[in-house]
Design a protein around this ligand. Structure first.
Ligand code: FAD
Length: 450
């Protein structure tokens, strides 16, 4: 009997990969340590339940015919709404046309949809409450523990490690081998808070935008939800979280750093106490596979900070590329895995750098007049020369241009701008700013930083 493909992790990458393999008629078994999210209302994971889906993620969903099914569960985000104490919020559009937007989706909704679709294939079996505790990498045999601690073995044709940033499969695959591994923890952590709908059920703030509250040594980002609530993520140095142990300290903290937040989150103190602090990590590693028996996917091989909103999007892109490599090398898994790593790793390495840089942009630069001017120049040039001038953010979020290629092109554009003297261009962009700034649903755009 042929052995099934075994996937460890029924998160976003694992469940999409199961679906892709099932479509080619493969037998697939998926082992997931958490309970079945289809049986649990709300967010089983309890953390980071909103994600920004951009062109790469959408393309993957279109490929498996799910973009339409998801569209009723997403909220469009047409740009960033930057909040500034004592001044009106500033809207920065994501692009220059209606297609250049992001979509906010609940992680749990997306995960459930993918699992439901994959599980509908007769050759696919999900086992929940099943933790991978060991991998015999040479023989593609997993040891799995059930919730009572009982262990059993699973023999695989090959193993796909889609078990996230702290991957057990990666650990087992690389144990005692010549392997590169670099893990960087951001000294900042995150905590989720919810802005509930207003008493009448409407939103308390603009709903079709990603909201950003940059502050001294702190940052809040909020994604909209379908029910008119918004999910906020507060980013803060770990030490500062420790200092917020009492209701008084929480009230004082928000009062000084984010004065408009207490009005938006009436239950702020309770909310703050109820949610754990999460860690943010970048992981770079090589190799991504072991011969023809084990391969890694998604965060397991390239976890990035969330500030470019590309972790899931790039994990979905991995799935399409791995699927394509498996088709190009039928019966030769080693070649397929090698090809996959060669195609992807240079790009996900670049994404790791960009994601770290975007942390600084969101935290420090989104309000800076210089930064705003540069952004306008980029958008203006993009409007006039849509094919030859594309801002880096646009390439990353609204196209599927490979990440390293996008960076190379953006660097060329930067060089050109420097040579031309971009002060001149900035002046022109300011003058023309109102012409291309748009805000959702026909409202007037806030185009200046005054
Ligand atoms: P995961 O989603 O982590 O799934 C791994 C799965 O493996 C989990 O279900 C886990 O339970 C399971 N597992 C782990 N160990 C085992 C084991 N030993 N045995 C069995 N199962 C196991 N990305 C975006 O594209 N856009 C965003 O806006 C965005 N925002 C984010 C905000 C925050 C605060 C964070 C932290 C991340 C964000 N991301 C975003 C990144 C995104 O969440 C990840 O990149 C994505 O979830 C990676 O998918 P994955 O399937 O590789 O890993």
């Amino acid at each position: 009997m042929t052995r099934p493909v075994v996937i460890v992790g029924a998160g976003l990458a694992g469940s999409l990969m199961a679906l892709l393999l099932a479509r080619h008629g493969h037998e697939v078994e998926v082992y997931e340590r958490r309970p079945d999210p289809r049986l649990e209302p709300g967010d089983a994971g309890g953390r980071s339940f909103n994600l920004g889906m951009s062109a790469r993620g959408l393309r993957a969903l279109e490929h498996v015919g799910l973009a339409h099914a998801l569209s009723g569960r997403t909220v469009p985000m047409r740009g960033r709404m930057i909040h500034r104490p004592g001044r009106p919020p500033l809207f920065q559009p994501y692009g220059v046309n209606e297609r250049e937007i992001l979509h906010s989706v609940r992680r749990s909704d997306l995960n459930r949809l993918l699992i439901e679709q994959a599980a509908a294939y007769p050759g696919v079996r999900f086992t929940f409450g099943a933790r991978c505790v060991a991998v015999d990498r040479d023989n593609a045999v997993l040891t799995v523990a059930d919730p009572d601690g009982a262990r059993y073995e699973v023999k695989a044709g090959y193993v796909i490690g889609a078990d996230g940033a702290f991957s057990k499969v990666r650990q087992e695959m690389q144990r005692g081998r010549a392997a590169d591994y670099r893990q960087e923890f951001l000294p900042w952590g995150y905590k989720e808070l919810t802005i509930p709908p207003a008493p009448g059920g409407g939103p308390r703030t603009e709903i079709e935008a990603l909201h950003v509250w940059p502050a001294e040594g702190a940052l809040i980002v909020a994604h909209p939800n379908h029910d008119n609530s918004l999910t906020c993520t507060l980013f803060l140095p770990h030490g500062d979280f420790e200092g917020l142990a009492t209701p008084e300290s929480v009230v004082a903290f928000f009062g000084t750093r984010f004065p408009d937040i207490p009005e938006l989150i009436p239950d702020l103190v309770t909310e703050f106490a109820a949610h754990p602090v999460g860690h943010l990590v970048t992981i770079r590693t090589a190799p991504w596979h072991h011969g023809d028996t084990v391969v890694l996917l998604g965060d397991a091989c390239h976890a990035v900070y969330p500030f470019y909103g590309q972790g899931m999007n790039s994990a979905f892109e991995d799935c399409l590329v791995l699927d394509e490599c498996l088709r190009r090398h039928p019966g030769d898994m080693a070649a397929a895995f090698q090809h996959f790593e060669r195609l992807r790793r240079p790009h996900t390495d670049v994404l790791a750098d960009l994601s770290a840089q975007n942390f600084l942009e969101l935290r420090d630069r989104v309000r800076s007049p210089l930064h705003l001017a540069r952004r306008r120049v980029d958008l203006l040039l993009n409007r006039f020369f849509p094919r030859s001038w594309v801002p880096l953010y646009t390439m990353i979020s609204h196209t599927t241009t490979p990440y390293a290629e996008a960076l190379r092109r953006a660097q060329q554009q930067d060089d050109l701008l420097r040579r031309l003297g971009w002060g001149l261009a900035a002046g022109a962009a300011f003058a023309a700013g109102a012409a291309f700034h748009r805000i959702p649903r026909g409202k007037e755009a806030l185009t200046s930083d005054n």
